[in-house]
Design a protein around this ligand. Structure first.
Ligand SMILES: Cc1cc2nc3c(=O)[nH]c(=O)nc-3n(C[C@H](O)[C@H](O)[C@H](O)COP(=O)(O)O)c2cc1C
Ligand code: SF4
Length: 499
């Protein structure tokens, strides 16, 4: 009997698209071996089943129960290499996605896994930091700080204990790439953590994982156990310990110092900086807090060299960026591309343009603190400098597209209400400013505001930007102020008519 090896994603988004239902149906045929892989991130094609063919993998997309007989008979399907959404990407951090089984350590190793750690272990810590300097890798958590610089500070600070903390709190609306890494390629994250630990001299690591990600936490714990059993956690003469801790369920706990407070068992309140965590972080010890993607990129940088990584992208933004396209587009999903494509190109080439019958009104990049771009401003290159010059942020690479049915005043109100709910309350501009801004937006929405209220809202926004302690309060005015700038008529049309 010939056994057909079929591949079906086990990712949470794929399950939401119906992957588990298909898996159940495939339990019965005895001539089928089903492998639950990570997802390729082309969520608009899911559920998708793949099968080995002499020329590579063949995929059946958007399949229903009725299509299974064709899959089992090997009829139809399209070559994975003929899907432009997948072939046009440059996959570095997401190279294994859709291909490997997340917890199959041998598969990870057979695709070059742990080669980056091997290279790092053969180098002096200072040489690793130098390699990162050459790579010009910047943190992927939002602030885009050069990775080598934090590591050098942690390395050079004397302490009885140092820590590595993975920020896996992923709170931005429209982002899910950290979850995908944890669910889909957990050994890559572990490898990145170990490289960092060796470079700074840490003996303990934590993964602060968003509480709403139970599958990610489960896969990570299982992968840590497997890595331990395979003695891969033996580092610099001791066993490196990695603990997965569930987050407290608050957006601000993604801010690195609030995260450390939470990890120490207290309420997630932002700490004043300096001192920076790299010098005095968890339990006042040098701590590298970095995003999941930052750690997950390290194995490739170390295995292939900093110069190779720096050859991708643009002058100030080297390497690749994981973009998560969502909202009113035809083809939502994750793409990894070198920095430099324009927002419009990404939305057209990967997003497939607007959903049937929808017209683009605005695009928000970077989560609830990100600026809103009107359709006319989409020719901006996706890189840190261009976004900073436009008063925008790339944040965690989430792109949400709004259509022309969107009420921009209500959208602005929604984001400010989010900040007022999530503010940690430590500083006045954010604690009070976000509530007053929300109230003003509610007043405008009710038709009870005057032109002077718009001026007051803008003034309040400027104060929050200039004086908030962290980026929650400091960035919260941006979606509101960009909505006011680009959709001014919508705001003025809601003002109270003067008699
Ligand atoms: C309100 C707020 C929420 C944040 N949430 C996250 C998050 O969910 N994940 C993340 O990696 N960084 C988040 N950050 C950024 C972190 O403070 C920090 O810059 C980041 O973890 C550093 O990692 P990197 O060096 O890899 O960029 C947030 C910042 C703020 C102000
Ligand atoms: S800006 Fe907001 S979230 Fe940040 S420290 Fe101040 S009150 Fe807390």
């Amino acid at each position: 009997m010939t056994i057909a090896r079929l591949y079906l994603s086990n990712d949470t988004s794929s399950k939401a698209a119906g992957a588990d239902r298909l898996a159940k149906l495939l339990e019965e045929p005895t001539d089928v071996q089903l492998v639950r892989t990570s997802s390729r991130g082309a969520f608009y094609l899911e559920p998708m089943i793949e099968r080995d063919a002499p020329s590579g993998r063949v995929a059946w997309t958007n399949i229903t129960e009725a299509d299974l007989e064709h899959v089992l008979a090997g009829q139809g399907g399209v070559s994975i290499d003929s899907i432009p959404y997948l072939t046009r990407q440059t996959r570095v951090t997401f190279a294994n996605f859709g291909i490997t089984e997340p917890l199959a350590l041998d598969e990870y190793q057979s695709r070059g896994g742990f080669k980056g750690l091997e290279a790092a272990l053969a180098m002096a810590p200072e040489a690793i930091i130098q390699e990162l300097k050459v790579s010009r890798l910047r943190g992927r958590g939002g602030a885009a700080f050069p990775v080598w610089s934090k590591w050098e500070a942690a390395r050079q600070t004397d302490a009885d204990q140092k820590y590595v903390v993975v920020n896996a709190d992923e709170g931005d609306a429209g982002t899910y790439c950290d979850r995908m890494v944890m669910e889909g390629d957990p050994f890559r994250l572990i490898e990145g953590i170990l490289i960092c630990a060796h470079a700074i001299g840490a003996a303990k690591g934590y993964i602060y994982c968003r509480q709403e990600y139970p599958a990610a936490a489960r896969v990570m714990r299982a992968a840590i156990q497997k890595a331990d059993e395979a003695e891969l956690l033996e580092l610099d003469g001791r066993t490196f310990s990695i603990e997965v801790v569930l987050g407290a369920g608050s957006y601000v706990c993604g801010e690195e110092t609030a995260l450390l407070e939470s990890l120490e068992g207290r309420r997630g309140i932002v700490r004043a900086k300096p001192p920076y965590p790299a010098v005095s972080g968890l339990y006042q010890r040098p701590t590298i807090v970095s995003n999941v993607l930052t750690f997950a990129t390290l194995p490739s940088v170390l295995a292939r060299g900093g110069a190779w990584y720096a050859s991708l992208g643009t002058e100030g933004s080297r390497g690749t960026i994981a973009l998560q396209i969502g909202g009113r587009v035809k083809q939502p999903g994750l793409v990894e591309v070198p920095f430099g494509m324009t927002l419009r190109q990404v939305l057209e080439e990967f997003g497939g343009g607007m959903a049937e019958g929808a017209k683009c009104k605005a695009v928000q990049v970077g989560g609830p603190l990100g600026s809103l771009f009107p359709e006319s401003k989409l020719d901006i290159p996706i890189c840190y400098d261009a976004f900073a010059n436009a008063g925008a942020i790339l944040g965690h690479g989430g792109i949400v597209v709004y259509d022309d049915s969107t009420d921009m005043v209500d959208l602005a109100r929604h984001f400010m209400a989010f900040t007022s709910d999530e503010s940690c309350g430590k500083c006045t501009p954010c604690r009070i400013g976000s509530v007053r801004s929300r109230e003003l937006l509610e007043l405008i929405q009710r038709g009870g505001a005057q032109a002077s209220d718009l001026a007051l809202l803008a003034d309040l926004g400027d104060t929050m930007k200039a004086t908030s302690l962290c980026a929650l309060g400091g960035r919260a005015p941006y979606p509101v102020m960009t909505a006011m700038e680009h959709f001014a008529k919508e705001f003025s049309s809601k003002l109270m008519r003067q008699s």
